[in-house]
Design a binder for this molecule. Sequence first.
Ligand code: CA
Ligand code: CA
Length: 185
Amino acid sequence: MTNQIAGIYNAEANYGLLVRANAAIYGRASENGSNRPVLEITYEYVPIGYALTVNSGTGGGTYTQGTVVNIAANAAPSGTTFDKWTGGVATVADPSAAATTITMPASDAEVTATYLAVVPPLLGDLNGDGFVGQGDLNIVLSQWGKGAPPHDPIADPRADANHDNFVGQGDLNIVLADWGQGTPP
Ligand SMILES: [Ca+2]
Ligand SMILES: [Ca+2]
């Protein structure tokens, strides 16, 4: 670099030179020797930008290393909920948060927001085995007619599926509405 500048100076040539320099290069050609300056060079520092690609979200662009970039997942499609970020998540602050930050590495980066299907809860699965069937019906029947005074107390609170302090048709209906759903144990 120094030789290049000296060469231009010594040749007394007058032409442009595009210099892409880093911080370790300094000085001006006019400082070469005691002659009048005939050459002026302006250094322009060009930061190296890396591409950030954000799939299904916002925040993509070109950033320099170390830049903390806000990223946000797009609104979850109907019937789904945000799950996590995948891809180049090593520098993502919280990959499980829909809105978080990524610190740009010294390379291009790509992250993708992913979503999970929302599985509606099986309200009729009173015994919690992932299936609605005879076991749940038995719970309701075992407590049938029990509830707040003057009734007998509900010995198995799971039977009161609709939480109205009485075990009866309303609870049976909840079981029947989901009957057969889920994975049989
Ligand atoms: Ca069940
Ligand atoms: Ca009830």
